[in-house]
Design a protein around this ligand. Structure first.
Ligand SMILES: NC(=O)c1ccc[n+]([C@@H]2O[C@H](COP(=O)([O-])OP(=O)(O)OC[C@H]3O[C@@H](n4cnc5c(N)ncnc54)[C@H](OP(=O)(O)O)[C@@H]3O)[C@@H](O)[C@H]2O)c1
Length: 244
């Protein structure tokens, strides 16, 4: 598959590496331009391009940039054919993105993204820590393989996103429509808790819409207070405890 990734940070570069390894033809772009991506291109095997090139002649576009930056992509995506699938990895964190009215307990984050970029998205890879994505993928069929939720309204687009999630080393779970995707947002039991598929299903159902943003803020405060002191497993354990 031909894939364009916009965003070459923790998530975008890791996805590039894994999707190249899985045999896909991957282009990657950031905001500063391809000259700044030489190391990432060498490391991942993806082709460093401009944002404009990243969305040209591709089957799927993956957006992996800070939540607020999505608003800058509207005109870029307006010329992209409607059958090109757009996958959104983003999460909204008010301490980083500023407080946006209507998001907490209102519009699900990926619905907001779709409205701002002018086309629907599939939500995938938002609920996995960057280190989990980089290091804890396993071949399909491995017992206890970590599962990731995928939400979207278009069945074909969601099926493709699920296939790509599987290619990166994780079971893909159909988490329903984009309207349901608040169940995999920060502060929910499904978010960055490294669950296997039989655990992820009840975790999505157990999500509490009112509590999720409260949990998110409590967890962020705890992570900031313990900055530099937590192992990856400590982080996952805090996410589990803070959303149980
Ligand atoms: N980190 C995690 O554990 C994690 C897990 C799941 C989901 N997410 C979500 O995934 C998204 C990306 O996270 P990340 O941790 O990978 O971020 P990151 O490491 O900060 O990387 C962000 C990337 O986006 C690029 N970028 C920013 N604005 C852009 C624009 N307008 N056009 C093109 N590229 C732009 C940056 O390029 P320049 O440096 O050139 O500006 C950079 O390559 C976020 O929404 C985040 O919430 C993160």
């Amino acid at each position: 598959m031909k894939i364009g990734i916009i965003g070459a940070g923790n998530i975008g570069a890791t996805l590039a590496r894994k999707l190249v390894d899985a045999g896909h033809d991957v282009k990657i772009a950031n905001s500063k331009g391809p000259d700044t991506l030489a190391d990432i291109a060498k490391d991942t095997g993806a082709q460093a391009v401009t944002k404009e090139d990243a969305v040209k002649n591709v089957d799927t576009v993956i957006l992996s940039i800070p939540f607020l930056s999505y608003q800058t992509l509207t005109s870029l995506l307006s010329g992209v054919p409607s059958d090109v699938i757009v996958i959104d990895t983003s999460n909204y964190y008010p301490f980083r993105d500023g407080v946006l009215d209507g998001l907490d307990n209102g519009t699900p984050e990926s619905v907001w993204v779709g409205e701002h970029i002018g086309r629907p998205v599939v939500k995938a890879w938002n609920a996995v820590l960057a280190a989990t994505l980089a290091e804890r993928g396993k071949p399909k069929g491995t017992e206890g393989r970590i599962a990731l939720p995928v939400a979207g309204d278009d069945d074909r687009a969601k099926a493709v996103a699920m296939e790509l999630v599987e290619a990166t080393g994780f079971d893909a779970l159909d988490a329903g429509s984009l309207a349901d995707s608040w169940r995999q947002q920060p502060g929910t039991p499904a978010y960055c808790t490294e669950l296997a598929i039989d655990e992820l299903k009840p975790a999505l159902l157990a999500a509490d819409r009112q509590r999720a943003p409260v949990n998110r803020e409590t967890l962020i405060k705890g992570f900031m207070e313990n900055y530099g002191k937590l192992s990856h497993d400590d982080t996952v354990a805090m996410n589990r405890a803070g959303t149980a």
